[in-house]
Design a protein around this ligand. Structure first.
Ligand code: ZN
Length: 213
């Protein structure tokens, strides 16, 4: 009997932590358990650094209420990029923070951004992280304020990205027929990740963006 009393709580702890990792995007049950065993092999110093790192990120980083990107806390709910671009009438939709960072540092495009947070899954049953409702709200409020004329799809080139672009375009074009919709042009080939594209490629893609009818 003692055997079960001592073993069970430990297994529960492992299961509990594995469950937390399983909620991460793209992480399955087996990978989640591998993370737990990886951590069990690490020393206390590493664990403390990891825990402090997570707490610091949560305490010192804010999410912008307009573009949804993460930025170091400034005391303002809107990030410095959104404040700078407040008068622009273009908005670029990108998938993730890393894509924003790569595009923003090139200074090719200085308008507004919206971080989608993921793609719309073509399998309806799978969970999608894309902020579709928030995007609709943002476009609606910018349009009403007379501060929007063009929506640029700044997405990577992949089947999921294409599926997402078509779904968003159909939805937005129906609701806001007066807006111009464009997409990054031919500089980007199939399989291109915006996050890893160099400045010349991005510049070419931006300047040759195609308007959708
Ligand atoms: Zn922002």
């Amino acid at each position: 009997m003692d055997f079960f009393v001592t073993i069970e709580p430990m297994n529960n702890r492992i299961d509990k932590l594995a469950e937390l990792f399983e909620s991460f995007p793209g992480i399955g049950r087996r990978q989640a358990r591998r993370f737990v065993y990886f951590l069990l092999h690490k020393d206390r110093g590493y664990i403390n650094e990891l825990v402090t790192g997570i707490q610091n990120v949560k305490a010192e980083i804010d999410q912008c209420h307009e573009c949804f990107r993460f930025f170091p806390k400034t005391g303002n709910s809107v990030c410095p990029t959104c404040i700078e671009a407040a008068n622009s009438n273009q908005i670029m939709i990108v998938e993730k923070d890393a894509d924003f960072e790569n595009l923003h540092k090139t200074h090719i495009y200085m308008g507004k951004y919206f971080i989608l947070g993921g793609f719309i899954n073509s399998n309806e049953k799978k969970r999608s992280f894309a902020r579709v409702d928030q995007l609709l709200q943002r476009i609606e409020s910018d349009t009403k304020a007379g501060k929007l004329s063009e929506v640029i799809f700044g997405l990577s080139v992949s089947p999921e990205a294409e599926h997402t672009r078509i779904r968003l375009y159909t939805m937005l074009h129906d609701k806001f027929p007066k807006l111009i919709f464009s997409t990054l042009g031919r500089g980007l080939s199939t399989g291109t990740e915006l996050e890893y594209s160099d400045m010349e490629t991005l510049k070419h893609a931006f300047n040759s963006r195609l308007t959708q009818e």
